[in-house]
Design a protein around this ligand. Structure first.
Ligand code: HEC
Ligand code: HEC
Length: 286
């Protein structure tokens, strides 16, 4: 309700003429300096908005952007490492470990590429994961642990879509009715003994015969595996799919057929070589 504008008796400040329920508003405007700073900020922000790349897709009038700066720095970095990458491409892989600085560069590059491409399946530390993803840090190899074999596995994959893929197929002894569940159970008992574990003697004895008939062709006489065929060793405690009896029975009954993708075509030659050297250096390289 409008009232008279007058001097307030208590504070000595003029009132605005507004009153609510007997309370009158004093006229205390913002200090002028504060207001001018406020207006200056608005003007500044408008200028900033126009000059710098504020809106997505609009470059800004100064032509500068963090995105472009990043691209420049990446290009500079690529130019810096290009001579090293060229050397990696043109040096025989087997000679790289003997060439100090180049080897260090390759291992660092391989480690970075591994984290980007391989860690989801093989684990950040390359220790593998249950369900068929082998550890690359031990000295058991399915397909071979020398530089050549590792390089081939990485480039072409295992049961991959690549024409040169490594390929091997364990028969599905259960699913395809080649062995009865009782025979599979006996064979699994025998497989347990290959890694020195306790088994029911009579069953393991029956399993030994089946193993000799059906399995040694790929897994070998003592179950030590065969690199040519990608048949893993059954004679140690390293398992792709689990080494308890139930897991072994499942492997025999249905075969697993894990897939390792081919990287040739997806990664460049230098990167594949760096990965090969990195994996080889993890501890189990031959
Ligand atoms: C989609 C999952 C997957 C990815 C991603 C993957 N791998 Fe594999 N890798 C596998 C599987 C599964 C096997 C085992 C294949 C088999 O049963 O023979 C394997 C096997 C291997 C082997 C052979 C091991 C041996 O004992 O012979 C090497 C070496 C290897 N991978 C390296 C790599 C590298 C390096 C990368 C990254 C560029 C990579 N893998 C990415 C799934 C993967
Ligand atoms: C034609 C070759 C071939 C024959 C024959 C074969 N296997 Fe295999 N076996 C493989 C290959 C290759 C793998 C790994 C890929 C897979 O599991 O499919 C494998 C994997 C396994 C595994 C899983 C190993 C692990 O680390 O988890 C077990 C257990 C196994 N075989 C047992 C047997 C038994 C027992 C027989 C005989 C009844 C047999 N295999 C016959 C090729 C063969």
């Amino acid at each position: 309700m409008p009232t008279k504008i007058e001097k307030d008796a208590v504070t000595g400040t003029m009132t605005t003429g507004h009153e609510w329920d007997g309370i009158r508003e004093l006229n205390t405007p913002l200090p002028k300096w504060w207001l001018w700073v406020f207006y200056a900020c608005i003007a500044w922000s408008l200028g900033y908005f126009v000059l710098y790349p504020t809106l997505p897709g609009v470059g800004g009038w100064l032509g500068w952007s963090q995105r472009a700066e990043l691209a420049d720095r990446m290009a500079a970095e690529r130019a810096r490492v290009q001579p090293m990458l060229d050397r990696i491409r043109t040096t025989a892989v087997a000679d790289i470990p003997r060439s100090g600085d180049l080897h260090g560069f390759a291992i660092a590059g391989g480690r970075a590429a591994f984290a980007d491409n391989c860690a989801p399946c093989h684990g950040a530390g390359a220790a593998g994961a249950k369900g068929g993803f082998p550890s690359l840090v031990d000295d058991e190899w399915i397909w071979g642990g020398d530089l050549d074999a590792i390089g081939r596995t990485i480039a072409f994959g295992v049961r991959s879509a690549h024409a040169d893929t490594r390929q091997s197929q364990m028969p599905r002894f259960g699913l395809d009715g080649m062995l009865t569940p009782a025979q599979i159970s006996d064979t699994a008992e025998y497989v347990l003994t290959l890694s020195g574990r306790a088994a029911v003697p009579a069953a393991a004895e029956r399993g030994r015969t089946i193993f000799a008939d059906q399995c040694v062709a790929c897994h070998g006489e003592a179950g030590r595996g065969n690199l040519e065929l990608g048949a893993p060793s059954l004679a140690d405690r390293i398992w792709l799919y689990g080494g308890d009896k139930a897991s072994i029975e499942r492997s025999i009954a249905s075969a697993r057929g894990g897939v390792m993708p081919a990287w040739s075509g997806r990664l460049d030659e230098a990167t594949i070589r760096m990965l090969t050297l990195y994996v080889h250096s993890l501890g189990g390289g031959r």
